[in-house]
Write a protein that binds this ligand. Structure first.
Ligand code: PSU
Ligand code: MN
Length: 305
């Protein structure tokens, strides 16, 4: 790192650095899912398992987080463990990523912030659970995740299980269309709903193999188009919770969030943990399964690129 005031504090782990230099496939992973998406110790166990899946597919995982004001691209096991246990970690998005860098804070990266960091680091493929989107009731609250805007401007392929089903899925898809973000169902004509394979809403585009996803991305680059794409990969059948079963828990959790005046960045973590409680951990098991499934596909896409 150089010491000029404006230089970007970004470091690679030894493993990611070696992979980048060797031209190996690298898959970025976010860290908000660790700090705000899952409880300890499931969070760190999942993070480690997801990295292993990417390695077993022949790619290299790069979990991204901000530690004491420095962007880390690739975390060592002890860093992952410490982040998973730490409290008061900032949940960073486009608006406050640079704030954490400027003030030496520790923060986890959401989909938006992970895309920014991955792109700066030269990584084009990223696996997560579910992208943020338009919340139910957004016509009142204006709560629309910055993840959507980021997809519209930063050229990273985001492999997800769609968007979290606690959101307003039709409105989210409308915003993505407006922003020019391709939404590609993987082996499905129906947009998946995170814990469930079905949403009742058709997926705008469909591809059935990783190489075609990679080619689609390079064609967008060749056209000079900005922005990334969302690959919507349904949770494996054996792990899904059917939509009608989920909906009751979702409505109850959102209701509870409203009653307690949960707002802004706290909404998604609150609702996710509330649903995990209500389902006695079943929703968490499904969340873990879908992240692993996305990591596997992301590794294949990264290799094809
Ligand atoms: N996927 C998960 N769990 C999560 C997230 C994604 O399985 O917790 C995180 C991502 O970091 C995403 C964020 O960017 O939830 C969305 O937050 P918000 O709705 O506040 O934009
Ligand atoms: Mn929000």
């Amino acid at each position: 790192m150089s010491e000029t005031l404006s230089s970007l504090p970004l470091v690679y782990s030894a493993q990611v650095k070696a992979a980048m230099e060797a031209g190996q496939a690298v898959v970025a992973l976010e860290s908000t899912i660790i700090t705000h998406g899952m409880p300890y110790p499931a969070n760190v166990e999942t993070a480690v398992a997801v990295e292993e899946i990417i390695r077993s597919e022949g790619a290299v995982p790069a979990t991204i987080a901000i530690l004491d004001g420095v962007i880390h691209v690739g975390l060592e096991k002890d860093q992952l463990e410490a982040l998973a246990k730490q409290r008061d970690v900032m949940k960073l998005s486009r608006a406050d990523l640079a704030f954490a860098l400027a003030t030496g804070r520790t923060g986890s990266t959401t989909v938006a912030a992970t895309m920014i960091c991955a792109h700066r680091a030269g990584i084009a493929v990223f696996a997560t659970g579910g992208v943020g989107g338009v919340h139910r009731g957004a016509e009142e609250t204006f709560d629309i995740s910055a993840d959507l805007q980021e997809l519209g401007q930063t050229p990273v392929i985001v492999v997800s299980a769609g968007v979290k089903a606690l959101l307003d899925i039709p409105k989210t898809l409308e915003v993505l269309e407006t922003l020019g973000v391709p939404v590609v169902g993987f082996e499905t004509d129906e947009f998946p709903a995170f814990w469930s394979r079905q949403s009742g809403i058709p997926c705008p585009l469909r591809l059935d193999d990783a190489a075609k996803i990679a080619k689609f991305h390079t064609m967008r680059q060749a056209l000079g188009l900005e922005g990334g794409m969302m690959v919507a990969n349904p949770v494996p059948e054996g792990d899904e919770i059917p939509r009608n079963e989920m909906e009751t828990d979702i409505l109850e959790a959102i209701d509870e969030a409203n009653r307690r005046n949960v707002t802004a960045k706290d909404v998604t973590p609150f609702v996710l943990s509330r649903i995990a409680e209500q389902t006695s951990g079943r929703s968490l098991e499904t969340n873990i399964a879908l992240v692993k499934n996305n990591a596997c596909l992301a590794a294949k896409v990264a290799k094809a690129l």
